[in-house]
Each structure stands twice: as C-alpha cells, then as structure tokens.
Design a protein around this ligand. Structure first.
Ligand SMILES: Nc1nc2c(ncn2[C@@H]2O[C@H](COP(=O)(O)OP(=O)(O)OP(=O)(O)O)[C@@H](O)[C@H]2O)c(=O)[nH]1
Ligand SMILES: [Mg+2]
Length: 383
C-alpha cells in the first residue's frame, strides 16, 4: 500500500431544502389556511477517525466530498427530511488544516473521534410559518440556507511512542526489524527508507509503538536529502532513539548533525527526551567501542548505550530505557478529551476547533449544559 501523508480535498455540506407554499384544501372546509411545511436541513460534513487506515492515499483518487441537500417541505405541514451526511474516514493522527495549511481546524488522535466540520444549511420556512393574525393566507415560503464549502488540507502525523532518528545507514530500519515484527527495507546505501514505518514493541507485558523515518543529513531542514518532511511523524512521540553508526570515523560529528537538524525543525523535537546509542558494535573492537563511547558521551553530555541491531547486543537495555521515558510521559499526560465530546453533535455552525486552541486563546474552554450541548465557559459566568 502506498503511503501518503498529505492531501487537499474539497468539502461541502448540503444546502437546506426549500419551504413549501401550500393551502389546506378539503371538501366542506373553506379558508383551510396555509399548510406548507419547512424544508429539511442539509447533510453535514463529518470526519471520523478510524483504526484500520494508515495512509491518506484514498484522497489522491477522490478529492470532492459533498453531503446531500435537505428535502423540500410539502403541503399538509410535512417537513422535508434531512439530507444525508457525508462521513469521511481518516486514519488516527490526521489533522485537518485550513487552506492556508497552517490553521489547525481539528486534530483526530483517537479512533472513534468524530467531528462535524461543516454543518448543513437549515431548511427554509414553509408558508405555514408565516401565518399571523393579520395575515392568515401568507404566500411567503423561503429557500433553504446554503451549505458551507471549503478546501482543507489533511495531514497525517503518525502516532508513535518512540521515534528513531539518525543519519542514513545508521541502522534504524535494522533496529526496527530486530525489535518488532515490522519488515522494513534494509540495505547498505543511504535513503533506503523513503517513508515512515511503524512497529509494535512488546516488552515484559508492556507495549509501545516505534517509528522509523528516513535518515537526516546536514541541511535536511533546507530540503537536502529527503529533507525534514517526515520529521512531523515523530513530533508526537514521547521519546527519541538516536542511533549513531559506530563504524564511521567521527561519531560526535554525526550526533551533532542530527541534533542540528532537529533543532532547525523545531516543533518541540529538540526538547524531547533522547536515548542515544552507539550502533553496529558487532563490527567494532572492544577498544574502538571504548574510544567512541567516550567521544560520544562527551558530545551528548550523558549516557550512551552500546548496541547492535544485527547481533542483538544491548537491545534489551535500550528498549528498557525507552520504556522508562514512555511510562513517565504517559503518567504525566492528562486524559485526552475525545474530539467527539468536545465539539460534536453538529450544534456549532463554525468549524470545530481543537480544544487546545481555545486554551491558547486564553479562553477557559467549554462546558456541557444539561441538554448535552456545549457552551464557552464565559457564557456561563455571565448567567
Ligand atoms: N554490522 C552491523 N551492520 C548493521 C547493523 N545495523 C545495520 N547494519 C547495516 O547497515 C546498513 C544500513 O542499515 P539500515 O537499517 O538500512 O539503515 P537505516 O538507518 O535504516 O538507513 P536509511 O533508511 O537509508 O536511512 C545495512 O547494510 C545493514 O545491514 C549492525 O548492528 N551491525
Ligand atoms: Mg531505513
């Protein structure tokens, strides 16, 4: 299956149905009065986060998604039916961005999350609605309200607990293959890995997801090599495993190049906890290992593990160190409020914004009312 991590699509919610203009006509009943029903609401554009997808490739083949229009009202006070919603299924970790590719409209990180991005237009009123004491035979019936439409970017940021970084050929894919059941391509040339791979590590009753991404080289943030395009996939990890190929001459330089790229990328990558390992120790002499370990530890300013993805030396220790960081990070994380709770139910006419954005605005967030609808906190303060 092809991997694609961004796509641009057009979404449109349904127009509301028109209201009807009709009068009651029945034998022996004169002046039956208006009985035109209201139009139905148009369908919503809904995004749903599902487990069994891990690429946005489907959006390369279909780019237009439209919900159905509402049905029109009819005589005898019949209200039109609601237009069918369109439900767009996206993989876990998909962000929905505005056309500017910067404003995050929604962030779907849990399977089952659902958000209503665009609400369908309301139906128009039928003439029965306009009946008053002074106008008992109104002929006014309204068109439905138009739906909303927009272009959005979908961006997939894989969700993994630990991310592998290093220069090309550092042995990242070999490590992934050694500790998980993933079978990435491994070869003796740089840029073997062209898109991210995920694997699940099982370690003494615990499990976590490890992501392998293409190698970084100096200037990746300016587009050198494959560039830093795939670094987004480790933005959400809790810890990085930085592999340094021990068979190269200058291990400190290799370490600094990758650190430099992480810093240039930003996105919080340079603040993440990092586990550093000197890899390919099976092809080094004991003396070499000692020298290079000392050099690298000085560059890192902390502990460095010795490792070999091929012979299996040090795998357990490195995984254990990753697990410690992951455990700490998981414990420190608050329960995630499912997006569907935060702004579901189609009650808001504006696109749903991720709850974190409200906090950034200095807004106190949203509270749920007795009827299940959501209001901004300050609405309540005024009560
Ligand atoms: N001796 C030895 N060779 C290794 C070890 N790990 C990886 N290699 C070799 O190093 C080469 C590159 O390994 P990969 O796992 O493809 O490296 P990578 O970091 O994923 O490389 P890119 O995907 O190109 O960035 C392959 O020829 C591997 O066989 C190791 O622990 N010991
Ligand atoms: Mg690789």
């Amino acid at each position: 299956m092809k991997f694609l991590d961004q796509a641009k699509i057009f979404v449109k919610s349904g127009d509301g149905g028109a209201g009807a203009c009709s009068f009651r006509r029945e034998k022996y009943i004169e002046f039956g009065g208006p009985d035109g029903g209201d139009g139905g609401r148009g369908g919503d554009v809904i995004f749903e986060c599902v487990d069994n997808l891990n690429t946005l490739i489907d959006f390369r083949y279909q780019q237009h998604y439209k919900a159905r229009i509402g049905h029109h009202g009819q005589g005898r006070n019949k209200t039109g039916g609601k237009g069918d919603d369109i439900v767009i299924k996206v993989p876990v970790g998909t962000q929905i961005l505005d056309e500017d590719k910067e404003t995050v409209l929604a962030d779907l990180t849990l399977a089952g999350d659902r958000i209503v991005l665009l609400r369908g237009g309301d139906g128009g009123f039928g003439n029965a609605h306009y009946k008053t004491s002074t106008n008992q035979a109104p002929r006014r019936a309204d068109e439905g309200w138009p739906g909303q439409e927009m272009w959005v970017w979908l961006r997939l940021k894989l969700i993994a607990d630990a991310g592998l970084v290093g220069l090309p050929n550092a042995g990242k894919s070999t490590f992934l293959a050694a500790v998980t059941r993933a079978r990435p391509k491994i070869a003796d040339y740089p840029f073997t890995t062209l898109h991210p791979n995920l694997g699940v590590v099982y370690l003494q009753g615990e499990e976590f997801i490890l992501a392998d991404i293409p190698g970084l080289i100096e200037g990746a943030h300016e587009g050198a090599g494959i560039g830093d395009r795939f670094l987004g996939h480790i933005e959400r990890t809790r810890v990085l495993l930085h592999l340094v190929d021990g068979t190269q001459d200058d291990v400190a330089e290799a370490y600094h190049v990758v650190r430099g790229e992480l810093e240039a990328y930003g996105g919080g990558l340079d603040d993440k906890p990092e586990v550093v390992a000197l890899n390919k120790c099976d092809s080094l002499t004991a003396e070499d290992i000692k020298d290079k370990l000392a050099t690298l530890e000085e560059a890192v300013g902390g502990k460095v593990f010795t490792l070999s993805g091929v012979s299996g030396v040090g795998l357990k220790e490195v995984l254990g160190a990753l697990a410690v960081h992951i455990r700490e990070a998981r414990a420190a994380e608050p329960e995630v409020l499912a997006a569907s709770n935060a702004f579901g139910h189609g009650k808001r006419s504006t696109p749903g914004f991720a709850s974190s954005q409200h906090d950034e605005d200095g807004d106190d967030g949203w509270v749920q009312g007795p009827d299940g609808s959501w209001h901004p906190m300050d609405d309540h303060d005024e009560d």
